[in-house]
Design a protein. Structure first.
Length: 142
């Protein structure tokens, strides 16, 4: 059972990480600058990336914090509700976190581009699986 502090931390971290990541992606990939010499597509793009890089470790911390009393018992239980979505979340967390960090330190364009694709794909799967895991409980009778 997760404590109230764990739930709040996880919800805030997941929301901030997802929001900053999505807004950054929109700025980088969906917007274009009118200035042909611009390095960014939106003036707030570097700030949004910085915000994402700052709040993402809070999400990693939150998942580490709930591992002992939520994730591990969920793996061990064969009857836990939402076990499949929880296992999927844990599976996509690994490439999402690894690619996020590796993308920051990669010096070769090909590696950085590969890590970016892996990060966006695993992050999209994470957001869908996390929403299913979190809000799916309300759709089911208790």
């Amino acid at each position: 059972m997760m404590s109230r502090a764990q739930v709040i931390t996880l919800q805030i971290a997941a929301a901030l990480t997802a929001i900053t990541g999505i807004v950054f992606a929109v700025m980088k990939y969906a917007m274009t600058s009118g200035d042909p010499f611009a390095v960014v597509n939106h003036p707030m793009q570097p700030w949004m990336l910085s915000a994402h890089v700052i709040v993402a470790p809070l999400l990693v911390f939150a998942f580490g914090w709930i591992f002992g009393n939520h994730i591990a018992p969920g793996f061990a239980s064969r009857v836990a509700q939402r076990r499949k979505s929880g296992i999927f979340i844990a599976a996509v967390l690994i490439p999402m976190i690894a690619s996020g960090y590796l993308m920051q330190i990669a010096t070769a364009d090909a590696i950085r581009d590969t890590m970016a694709v892996a990060h966006w794909a695993s992050s999209a799967f994470f957001v869908v699986a996390y929403a299913t895991h979190r809000f799916g409980e309300r759709a089911r009778p208790q």
